[in-house]
Design a protein around this ligand. Structure first.
Ligand code: SF4
Ligand code: SF4
Length: 104
């Protein structure tokens, strides 16, 4: 278990989906589309979605399974409410959780 709770509330706050690191990733695009399809069905999303299905919340779930991210762009985590609420500035790694693993 990491420091950050994996909840739909936090998923909605996560800025990874608008982060340039992921902006050109077709793997991320596919995951987003699959997620949106599940969300449009009238089901309890939390019961059908796995953390690895969500292209974000890496501070809670760890490294991405996609291999086409562009790490030369800037990580948005420091601007994220989840980052502030969980005081991730004082932990490790300090952002780029998609590359370096979950917050500890
Ligand atoms: S963890 Fe940081 S670098 Fe990775 S997608 Fe999220 S905001 Fe971007
Ligand atoms: S701190 Fe980064 S990985 Fe965690 S929820 Fe915010 S944007 Fe997503």
């Amino acid at each position: 278990m990491g420091k950050v709770e994996f909840s739909m509330e936090n998923v909605n706050k996560c800025l990874c989906t608008v982060c340039a690191v992921q902006g050109t990733s077709s793997c991320v695009k596919d995951k987003l589309q699959a997620m949106q399809e599940k969300m449009s069905e009238d089901i309890d999303i939390a019961s059908v979605i796995e953390p690895s299905d969500i292209p974000g919340m890496y501070c809670a779930s760890g490294k991405t399974s996609c291999d086409d991210l562009y790490f030369h762009e800037e990580c948005k985590c420091v601007e994220c409410p989840v980052f502030k609420e969980n005081d991730l500035m004082s932990g490790e790694p300090m952002g780029y959780f998609c590359r370096d693993g979950m917050a500890r």
